[in-house]
Ligand binder design. Structure first.
Ligand code: NAP
Length: 312
């Protein structure tokens, strides 16, 4: 019998294709035509942008799995899920390299002003002018906020650029020789590039605020590949306008895909549309792992990648 599941965010076409090929009946929570279908749904599926709250769960009495195609699941109320005996899965590991690649690309892009010089050449400005000198990235000091899978992978890349690495997270890592700082503010005071790679959610909301940006200072750059919520965005925009920091490179934003027009107008930023994991290889691997979680759930086998809160 075909299993009935519900998508709780837009899904990429190849994820939909895999679901259809595996014979799942996929309902869309924004277009429920048959209210009776709600009780037939036994699993939810969505990307890292999915919002799964108590209200939604109350409408779906038979859901027992939330399968997130992404490593971040800050939109899912995991406590409410656990209270209802619902397991949450995600896709850790398979996207780590791509996200770290983009983080390093953003460091180079903002440090060497690559998008800005591209525009300079395209506009024909080179004929009459020279682009202002920038500062060297190799050998600069990088601070990483969140030394998990992605943070470690960024550090590996930065080490190849002879960058001097330090970090902050909840607990210092015994296997790492990089300097540990207890707070993001202490870390920011010591670095040229501050790269954010922590999960979103209440614990990290606005973690990068005025004191961190002040400590980073007017020669420092902020790079965010984590979640928009981690950075106090109005405070960041003001710091960029005041040149209180040198620049920012951001893959994630408040209210994305709507971007603050002030941020879009600033010359000292590089902006990418939440694409850190957006390669064919990685998105396919994420979809495959999500499918494995679904299949294991329906076959009553151990789930390949439950979120830490739902791990035994
Ligand atoms: P991870 O392995 O779980 O690492 C998370 C790190 O953040 C850990 O070092 C953890 O500290 C630290 N951390 C968690 N809460 C913290 C807090 N309150 N204060 C300080 N540090 C804290 O996760 P990951 O696989 O590296 O992924 C990290 C995040 O990247 C994801 O959750 C997601 O939001 C984001 N992401 C974004 C994209 C994108 O497209 N831009 C793609 C993938 C992932 P401990 O080690 O001490 O526990």
């Amino acid at each position: 019998m075909a299993q009935e599941i519900m998508q709780v965010s837009p899904l990429p076409p190849f994820m939909m294709k895999a679901l259809q090929e595996a014979d799942y009946i996929v309902h869309d929570h924004t277009h429920i035509k048959d209210p009776g279908a709600l009780s037939k749904v036994t699993a939810l599926i969505g990307t890292g942008a999915a919002k799964v709250d108590k209200k939604l769960l109350t409408m779906l009495p038979n859901v027992k799995l939330v399968a997130i195609c992404g490593v971040g699941y800050d939109g899912v109320d995991v406590t409410a899920c656990k209270d209802k005996g619902i397991v949450v899965t995600h896709t850790p590991g398979v996207l780590t390299d791509d996200v770290a690649d983009l983080a390093m690309g953003l460091v180079l892009s903002i440090g060497r002003r690559i998008p800005q010089v591209d525009k300079f050449v395209r506009n024909g400005d080179w004929v009459d002018d020279e682009f202002p000198l920038v500062t060297t990235v190799s050998g600069a000091r990088m601070g990483i906020v969140g030394m998990g899978r992605i943070g470690r992978s960024i550090a590996k890349r930065a080490a190849a650029f002879d960058m001097r690495i330090s970090y902050t997270c909840r607990d210092p890592k015994a296997d790492l020789s990089y300097a540990f700082h207890k707070t993001a503010t202490q870390l920011a005071a010591q670095v040229d590039y501050l790269v954010v790679a922590v999960p979103g959610g209440d614990d990290t909301k606005n973690m990068i605020g005025a004191s961190v940006l002040q400590a980073l200072g007017n020669r420092g750059y902020l790079i965010n590949v984590a979640r928009g919520s981690v950075v106090d965005q109005p405070v960041l925009v003001q710091a960029l306008k005041d040149k209180a920091i040198a620049g920012a490179a951001l893959d994630v934003f408040w209210d994305e895909p709507i971007i603050d027009p002030e941020l879009r107008r600033l010359p000292n930023v590089v902006l990418t549309p939440h694409i850190a994991s957006a390669t064919i290889e990685t998105r396919s691997a994420m979809a495959a792992l999500t499918m494995e979680n679904l299949q294991a759930f329906y076959e009553r086998k151990p789930l390949p990648s439950p979120v830490p809160e739902c791990s035994a």
